[in-house]
Ligand binder design. Structure first.
Ligand SMILES: [Zn+2]
Length: 416
């Protein structure tokens, strides 16, 4: 069943403003202003009503269909209960990060496949069904592939996932468990092949394949619901800043657009500044912002935050930072690892990439970032997707009381 309550009516280029019909097949971005080096993403536009009364629900429960008027057309039957993730108060993490105000972690690991990508996949697969796709394809390191595979399974669509050669084994088992056909190959080749199949109508691309990221036009809209939920969860307060792990900046932009929309609809009086947290090894958005250009490319570098390791920035990131008066912050692997440990000690086991937001907050306060109001760090996914997971085993103990006592002391310094 396609939801008839959507107020979406078209697509618009984020860079030049050219308008297009609302069509899920427009996945290569704007053709009016494209150059060999740059393609701008298309953004969904809506017939906003004069009054925002009743547009948003009263509570942030799971199920994105509750936000249907402010999303592209979606298939209600596909929902797996995505969204409605907890906003966890984290006073001990605020102290650790040097923040003098309230801190909350938006824990996106509580989604159906344990990452924020479920929101994106729900809308993208709805678009694939609208486009009468025969199959869907995702180029993915993990989270995106798993989410696409789960929602494609739900839709009864064959799903192909093209992953890098070093995709973690745990993630491979996870993706294939949903019945997806996963192949490992070079990332560059995958991108070209995804484009080839998309242009030939063989499959619907759930991933971007253009030289600068554009992607399927509906998915990013799903991240607006994170902003709506945060506002509802803060009892209708707006955070002063939102820290976001950033690769192509779809999440950063979606969350920004949600807050911007609520301000434009006069539900709120302000909007947060958006902070892009990129791995220091690959921070193309930071580079593009510093150079005052739309797109920057950086050389390949390894990082533990593989899920947000990208060589080219997304234009959505530029728009989010500029419109919100935000900024970008780079975080090293060591800083990410420290933040990941702190999150786990606070009860949240986050993927390395997901911990980039808390690491970014700590770096920002060490510079000159201060806040009087609430700050939110988005934690995008759970720790079981990390590289190298499962390589270490817990110490073995002799099966006696003395043996356990001795092993606890020897391995962990615990004296009972
Ligand atoms: Zn354009």
């Amino acid at each position: 069943m396609v939801n008839g309550g959507s107020l979406a009516f078209g697509l618009r280029c984020l860079s030049c403003g050219e308008t297009y019909p609302l069509d899920p097949n427009l996945f290569v971005g704007c053709t009016a202003c494209m150059t060999e080096q740059f393609q701008a993403p298309l953004d969904v536009t809506y017939f906003y009503p004069d009054s925002a009364e009743g547009l948003l629900p009263d509570s942030p429960l799971p199920g994105l269909a509750r936000y249907a008027p402010l999303l592209p057309p979606l298939s209600e039957d596909l929902s797996l209960g995505e969204g409605g993730t907890p906003l966890v108060p984290a006073p001990e993490l605020a102290s650790w990060a040097g923040l003098g105000s309230e801190l909350y972690i938006k824990d996106e690991s509580r989604n159906p496949t344990w990452s924020h990508k479920d929101r994106f996949a729900y809308l993208t697969i709805s678009g694939a069904l609208e486009a009468k796709a025969k199959a869907v394809v995702a180029g993915s390191t993990g989270n995106h592939g798993a989410a696409t595979a789960a929602y494609a399974a739900r839709a009864g669509l064959p799903c192909i996932v093209l992953s890098p050669l070093d995709c973690p084994p745990a993630v491979q088992s996870f993706v294939m468990a949903y019945g997806a056909a996963q192949l490992r190959l070079s990332t560059r080749a995958a991108r070209t092949i995804i484009g080839e199949g998309a242009h030939n109508g063989r499959w619907y691309p759930a991933s971007t394949f253009t030289p600068t990221p554009t992607g399927p036009p509906y998915g990013t809209e799903a991240y607006k619901t994170i902003a709506y939920e945060i506002w509802l969860q803060l009892e209708r307060r707006v955070p002063t800043a939102v820290f976001v792990p950033t690769g192509y900046a779809e999440l950063l932009y979606g969350v920004w657009k949600g807050f911007r929309e609520m301000r434009d609809l006069e539900l709120t009086e302000s909007a947060p500044l958006m902070v892009a947290c990129e791995p220091a090894a690959l921070a193309p958005l930071r580079e593009a912002l510093a150079a005052g250009v739309s797109t920057a490319t950086v050389p390949p570098q390894p990082t533990a935050a593989y899920a947000i390791a990208v060589r080219v920035n997304g234009y959505r990131g530029i728009v989010s930072i500029q419109e919100s008066n935000g900024f970008s912050v780079a975080v090293t692997d060591e800083e990410i690892e420290e933040a990941q440990t702190q999150l786990a000690r606070a009860g949240i086991w986050a993927e390395a990439s997901a911990a980039a937001s808390l690491a970014g907050l700590r770096n920002a306060t060490a510079e000159d970032f201060e806040s009087e109001g609430p700050v939110v760090c988005i934690s995008t996914s759970s720790g079981f997707k990390d590289l190298g997971l499962g390589d270490s085993l817990a110490p073995e103990a002799e099966g006696t009381w003395d043996g356990v006592e001795e092993a606890l002391m020897r391995s962990y310094g615990i004296v009972l």
